[in-house]
Every structure is written in structure tokens, then in C-alpha cells.
Design a protein around this ligand. Structure first.
Ligand code: DHE
Length: 519
């Protein structure tokens, strides 16, 4: 009898059908089918990392469907013919389980991934005839490419492959020649716009948030969730200049919510996601310690930490009441406006005095990373969309009062404007009106028009040409496009086919911190 059961089980295994009570060996299935591309460690190889931190953020089809049918426009094949439904379910659950131990990713590991292109020969002048300051990059997330658009003719000058899943704004060198792109798996790619050629890439983190360029163009900060660190790279050759393990006063390890440059301050500013602190790291070659504000920030009973750091990359800690998830700055970079994890209030941290100077209600999960500011009726205002509310909040940045809540047709993701246009362009990213984009008068704060260029399709994220004459809007779909609008007539003038275009970034607008652009 026993022999009969054993032979039945062996028969079942040989035919790929498991007995009802046996669960598939997910680790074994992974090792056999996935490790070659995604690494034994699941931290990624030629394919992306397969860990919850990465998978959670991936939009689109669910995991089992990707394993079954593969991922279009990538090397990922479908496994439906090779693995049973139970095995696919087990594999999906296995890769969605956190790693048993936090992986090490130090300077040696990073350096081992640094690959500078041997076929790259820097050009002496732009290899194209257009205005290098009016180049706009279009991130195409559908097949992980960037299109380099001439901002006058709208010709695609180059289309280069990026690391998988680029997120956040690419950052330009202050002269506009080089651009740095980051993927969620922590890869940083350097591209030479003049030469229309990749320079190289390096894996600065295992799961990263965003990048920031120092005001002198020498350093690129990479904020990481995994490991919990800030990596600073030399922009010249992508080598590691500094790695800071991120821990709060009490030793709590923390992910970094985001890092931005504060140009007037020669510093990087970052907020910690798991502990209530903001850090400022100097990129002044003469180093710290910081000005008076450094001392002020320790008045709140934190004198034990009053150890002034000096030199390049010296750090200053600013305590806040709650961890900040997302933040934005006033144009002079003296004030940081952050939001707490529950996304119901705005907190203003004055970087000069190093403490919170105002709080105001801001319910509905404001997306401050997309905030913009402009002059409205003689005062400077900032506006932010809300990820969970069909509204935009407009705030007076002198009084810190919400002066208007503009009702929209759904929660939005991105806001954009330009000094040469009287309008703000606000998408409606979520819900049944995701195909709309609102045009808002910067003075009256009223919606004056709603565009609906591709009914039923997601329409989002606007960027302007250098002169503000044209607005470029994404039809955020695989068979999508970038629509070029005349910003005066609000009429469509061109439609450029693109593969799921997401953000677009104009060199001039970004390096001059144009009024109406986010970071
Ligand atoms: Fe983003 C920028 C955070 C989800 C597309 N996003 C940013 C920035 C932050 C941020 C902090 C500013 C970084 C910078 O540019 O230096 N994003 C978050 C989140 O916390 C959130 C809600 C959850 C997460 O998955 O991390 C999130 N973001 C998304 C998406 O789902 C989007 C729509 C698609 C995608 O690519 O993942 C998305 N985020 C973008 C884009 C920018 C961005 C296109 C740059 C906008 C710009 O104009 O600069």
C-alpha cells in the first residue's frame, strides 16, 4: 500500500502535477527558473530585483500574470507552459516575501557594478544643430527608454535604453550637458546630451527613491530605502564619494523619503521616513560646521548630539515632530514644506533656524513633490495636488494659510507652469476623469478650460519648451503619445507617438529652476 502511494507521488512529480497536500518548492522553482536573470539573492541582475520593496511599487499587471505571460518589451518570458498554476502562485508569494536579512551594499559592492562605456567618446560640441538648452527628455516607461527631443522641431534626436523602471526626475548638470537618471532598483545612469551617448552606470542602492545634483555639479546624492542610506557619487565618473548610513538620534535605522538640492545653501536636504528628522548635508567644499542655525536646531534638548561635523558632506540634523513623507521648498530654499505620513497636514521647517515654524491643515495626501510656486495677485503662492482628494490646495507662503481649494474632477499627480504662461496645467490622474487635464488661471485661481485629448486614456504630466510657447503632455499608455499644445491658443499642434511616456524634462527649465517646475 505504502509502495503504491510513493509510486503515485513519484508519478505525479514526474508529470509536473503535485499531490493535493504537497506545496510547491518555491525557492527551488526560483533557483531553477529565475535566479539566472534576477540573481540568487533576488536583488536583480540583468532583470530587476524581485523583492517586495520593488514589486510593491510596480504598477500594471499583477505578479502571477507577469510570471505566466511575461512582460512585453522586456526579456521576461512567460512561464505558463512550464509551471503549474500552484507553482506560479507559490513563486509570486515567495518573491513577495521580504529577504530574511537586510542585504549589505557598501562602497565595494557599488564599485563592482560601476561600468563606464568604452565606446563613449565625448564630443567637443553638440552633435546636433538644435538648441542644446531646449532639449526635452521624455521618459518612456513602456519599454524603459528615454527619447531626446529637439524642443524647436520636436524631432527625436536619440532614443536610449534606461535601467528598468526609472522613477523621479532625471537631474541635469548645471551646464545642461549631462543628465543622470535613476531606477527604482538603484541604478544611476549618466548620459551625455551633446554626444547623444550613454557615459556609464552604477548601482548606488538596491531600492532607491530619487537623486539630487549638488549646486556645483560635482556630486549626485542617491536616497535609498534599501539599504537605509544616502549614497553620494562623483558626477565625473560615478565613483562613490561618500555613503551615510541613515539612523536617527536614538539609533533607529531609517529609509530616506527623498533628497533635494538647496542651491542657495550649497547643500542636500533629505527627510527621514522612519524617524522625525530632516538632514542637511553640505556640499560646500569648505565644509561645515553650518551657520548659526546649526546650533539652534539642538535647542530642543538634544545637546548630546551637538557634535559639529566639519568638512565636505558635514551633516546637520533638524528634529521635527513626525517623520516627513514628501516635501517641497520655497524658491529661496529657506523653508521646507513637508507632509506627515497620514497626509493630513503641512509642516514648514525653516532651514535657517532649524525648526518647525508653521503647521496648517492639508488633508487628502498632498503630493508635495509635485508642488510649484508662482506670483498670484502680488503674493507668492504654492500649490499642491492631492493623491486622495479631487482638489488642489493653494497656499500663501508668507502667511502659511490655504487661500483656495480648487475642486478638480479627480485626484491629480502632477502640476506644472512656466513664467511665460498665465496658466497652471494640472492632471486628473486617478478615477473616471483620468483623461482630463485642467488649465487654471494663475491669477484668478479658477479652472478656465479642461482638455480631453484622448478619451478613456490617462493623460498626465506637463512640461514646457524653454520659451514656454508649447506645453508637452503625456498620453500615459503603451500606445501613447506626447501631445504638443500651443500654450496661448491651447490647441494641439503635434502628436508624437511614444511608449507609455511619463515625465518630461526640459534642460533649460530644469537648470534655471523655472518658475512653475517642481524640483
Ligand atoms: Fe513618483 C517624482 C514619490 C509613485 C512617477 N515621486 C517623485 C518624487 C518623489 C516621488 C519623492 C520626486 C523625486 C524627484 O523627482 O527627485 N512616487 C512617489 C511616491 O511616494 C509614490 C506615491 C509611491 C511610490 O511608488 O514610490 C510615487 N510616481 C509614482 C508612480 O506610481 C508614478 C506615477 C509612475 C512611476 O514611474 O512609478 C510616479 N514620480 C513620478 C514621476 C516623477 C516622480 C514621473 C517626476 C516628476 C517631475 O516632473 O519631476
Amino acid at each position: 500500500m505504502i509502495r503504491h502511494i510513493v509510486s503515485l507521488s513519484l508519478l505525479a512529480l514526474a508529470s509536473g502535477v503535485l499531490p493535493a497536500n504537497a506545496s510547491p518548492d518555491a525557492a527551488g522553482i526560483y533557483a531553477k527558473n529565475c535566479a539566472e536573470c534576477h540573481a540568487k539573492t533576488r536583488l536583480g541582475g540583468t532583470g530587476p530585483a524581485l523583492i517586495p520593496q520593488t514589486l510593491r511599487r510596480m504598477r500594471g499587471p499583477n505578479l502571477e500574470a507577469v510570471i505566466s505571460t511575461g512582460r512585453a518589451a522586456t526579456q521576461m518570458p512567460g512561464y505558463a507552459a512550464k509551471l503549474s498554476a500552484e507553482e506560479i502562485t507559490a513563486l509570486a508569494s515567495y518573491i513577495n516575501t521580504p529577504l530574511a536579512e537586510a542585504p549589505k551594499w557598501d562602497a565595494t559592492d557599488i564599485e563592482a557594478t560601476r561600468a563606464l562605456r568604452t565606446d563613449y567618446i565625448p564630443a567637443n560640441a553638440p552633435v546636433f544643430s538644435g538648441d542644446p538648452m531646449n532639449i526635452t527628455l521624455v521618459v518612456e516607461t513602456g519599454d524603459h527608454h528615454i527619447s531626446v527631443l529637439d524642443g524647436d522641431s520636436f524631432a527625436v534626436l536619440d532614443r536610449f535604453a534606461t535601467p528598468f523602471a526609472v522613477h523621479g526626475g532625471p537631474k541635469f548638470s548645471p551646464d545642461g550637458r549631462y543628465v543622470f537618471v535613476m531606477s527604482r532598483d538603484g541604478w544611476v545612469q549618466k548620459y551625455d546630451i551633446w554626444s547623444l551617448h550613454e557615459v556609464g552606470r552604477v548601482r548606488a542602492g538596491l531600492n532607491s527613491r530619487n537623486i539630487a545634483m549638488s549646486s556645483d555639479g560635482k556630486w549626485l546624492a542617491v536616497s535609498n530605502y534599501l539599504p537605509m542610506s544616502l549614497t553620494i557619487l562623483s558626477t565625473a565618473d560615478l565613483s562613490v564619494a561618500n555613503i551615510r548610513e541613515v539612523r536617527g538620534f536614538d539609533g533607529t535605522p531609517s529609509r530616506v523619503s527623498a533628497v533635494y538640492q538647496a542651491p542657495q545653501r550649497n547643500s542636500f536636504v533629505l527627510a527621514l521616513k522612519d524617524t522625525p528628522e530632516v538632514w542637511e548635508i553640505t556640499t560646500d567644499p569648505n565644509g561645515g560646521p553650518f551657520h548659526d542655525g546649526f546650533v539652534h536646531s539642538y535647542e530642543a534638548g538634544m545637546n548630546e548630539a551637538l557634535v559639529a561635523e566639519e568638512g565636505l558632506f558635514a551633516r546637520r540634523r533638524i528634529p521635527v515632530k513626525e517623520p516627513l513623507d514628501d516635501f517641497f521648498f520655497t524658491p529661496d530654499y529657506r523653508n521646507l514644506i513637508g507632509t506627515n505620513r497620514t497626509g493630513d497636514k503641512g509642516v514648514v521647517v525653516n532651514l535657517d533656524v532649524g525648526r518647525v515654524i508653521a503647521e496648517f491643515p492639508l488633508p487628502g495626501m498632498p503630493h508635495l513633490g509635485s508642488g510649484i510656486t508662482w506670483q498670484s495677485q502680488g503674493r507668492r503662492v504654492m500649490a499642491t495636488p492631492h493623491l486622495k482628494e479631487a482638489a488642489l490646495s493653494v497656499i500663501d507662503i508668507d502667511t502659511w494659510k490655504v487661500i483656495k481649494t480648487i475642486k478638480t474632477d479627480g485626484p491629480g499627480f502632477f502640476l506644472r507652469s512656466h513664467e511665460n504662461t498665465p496658466y497652471v496645467w494640472a492632471d486628473v490622474f486617478f478615477g473616471p476623469h483620468k483623461d482630463e487635464i485642467h488649465i487654471i488661471d494663475k491669477q484668478t485661481l479658477e479652472i478656465v478650460k479642461t482638455l480631453n485629448p484622448a478619451p478613456g486614456k490617462t493623460v498626465a504630466h506637463t512640461e514646457f519648451t524653454r520659451d514656454g510657447k508649447y506645453a508637452l503632455v503625456s498620453i500615459w499608455e503603451n500606445d501613447g503619445a506626447v501631445i504638443v499644445y500651443d500654450t496661448k491658443t491651447l490647441r494641439e499642434v503635434r502628436r508624437l507617438p511614444m511608449n507609455k511616456p511619463s515625465g518630461k524634462y526640459n534642460v533649460w527649465n530644469k537648470i534655471t529652476f523655472s518658475d512653475g517646475t517642481s524640483h
